[in-house]
Design a protein around this ligand. Structure first.
Ligand SMILES: Cc1ncc(COP(=O)(O)O)c(C=O)c1O
Length: 383
């Protein structure tokens, strides 16, 4: 008999992996499900990005293995991007590590820093990958609850009451997914002070700062942040390149080389034309971000209508590519509402509980669908 490793017992198949199979089966029965679940941008990258990939990939000398720490062109592009948009200085040679998407970076960080039994603070609700990566690496998740009443920020007073002596890492993510809560410099300063006081590495995951958010912020812009924080970023969302798999880890030289020690044993670099096209994407100006946000802004107006049709409560002060909303009384939880809408209206929306039990009474709707699709969803729900 073939048995799996014990470490796999702590994780299950990713919710969307299993749900998309179910949606596929429903579609095969002719249901034509409108999927408002996943945050995969449905628009293409800028044409110059695609042109760079096309042109570069016709060259004969770009097909070999690439540097483990990424092409200097891409590292410089990330450094310039951080300088231009986040007013943050990063050394392109030592403080930037391109990644095959930021999701892999979550695993790399956990594998680099966690020993069996080390504790990690995780947001509830939050991106489920933090939890699975921690558990796969042998760590123990300690939830910290994000409450609407506290603007979905960590409650530092409550955190201080815990025994933090075995806590090694803390995962944070603002603009927060799934709640849409934007970041603030004050919050970042509090996090850095908290990390320094308790010797906890603050791991900030920052893929949504350009989506429906007036001011992109980086935790690394805070004075002294590099002593105690790492930041992940991504081209999946704001550059419409989710399938290309390009992200980055930023932090001080020591941290980057520690993570590289793990990562360089896992993969052998990224296809050079993809890296050069990503560098092009990072050089795009304000017009690009305005153009995508104009589309997301209109979609969000439609999603407000859909949420009204579902009698949900929501804040209009959300950033990122989702809307987070509280379900009406009468439903046991977000799963019940999501199932009813899926089976009766052929529309898929994400139950908030998949992000942790603090999300049980919520749903999350993605803005990665056309206005027409969202209008049709409103019609179906209305019927
Ligand atoms: C909060 C958060 N972090 C990280 C990721 C992963 O992004 P990437 O495509 O860069 O791996 C996602 C993707 O949905 C996300 O929502």
């Amino acid at each position: 008999m073939i048995t799996t490793a014990a470490r796999l017992n702590s994780v299950h198949e990713y919710y969307f992996s299993q749900k998309l199979r179910e949606i596929d089966a429903l579609n095969k029965q002719g249901k034509n499900i409108i999927n408002l679940g996943i945050g995969s941008p449905d628009m293409p990258p800028h044409p110059d990005v695609i042109k760079t990939l096309q042109e570069e990939s016709t060259k004969p000398n770009v097909h070999g293995y690439q540097s483990y720490k990424g092409s200097p062109v891409l590292r410089n592009a990330f450094a310039n991007w951080y300088q231009q948009w986040y007013k943050t200085n990063l050394d392109a040679d030592t403080e930037i590590l391109p990644l095959i998407g930021s999701k892999e970076g979550i695993m790399h960080i956990c594998m680099t820093y966690l020993n069996d039994g080390d504790k990690v603070l995780v947001p509830n609700p939050g991106y489920p990958t933090y939890r699975s990566a921690i558990q796969l690496a042998g760590g123990i998740c300690i939830d910290y609850e994000l409450k609407e009443a506290n603007n979905y920020y960590p409650d530092f007073d409550a955190l201080e009451k815990n025994d933090l002596s075995k806590v090694k890492l803390m995962w944070v993510n603002y603009p927060q997914m799934p709640t849409g809560q934007p970041a603030s410099i004050k919050l970042f300063e509090q996090l850095i002070a908290f990390g320094k006081k308790h010797n906890i590495l603050i791991c900030h995951d920052n893929p949504y700062s350009f989506i429906l958010n007036d001011e992109p912020l980086s935790i690394l812009s805070v004075e002294g942040a590099k002593d105690v924080a790492l930041e992940l970023n991504s081209l999946s969302k704001a550059q419409n390149m989710a399938g290309w798999r390009v992200g980055v880890l930023c932090g001080n030289k020591e941290r980057i080389s520690e993570v590289l020690r793990f990562k360089s044993n896992m993969d052998s670099g990224m296809f050079l034309p993809v890296q050069l096209a990503a560098a092009k994407a990072l050089s795009l100006g304000k017009d690009w971000y305005e153009s995508i946000n104009a589309v997301y802004g209109k979609r969000r107006e439609k999603v407000y209508e859909l949420l009204d049709a579902l009698h949900c409560d929501y804040s209009k002060n959300q950033s990122g590519m989702f809307m987070w909303a509280k379900i009406p009384a009468g439903f046991e939880n977000g799963y019940a509402l999501s199932d009813k809408v899926l089976y009766e209206s052929n529309v898929f929306i994400t139950p908030g509980g998949i992000f942790g039990n603090s999300g049980d009474n919520y749903i999350r709707i993605s803005l990665c669908a056309t206005e027409d699709k969202i209008s049709e969803a409103i019609e179906r729900v209305g019927n």
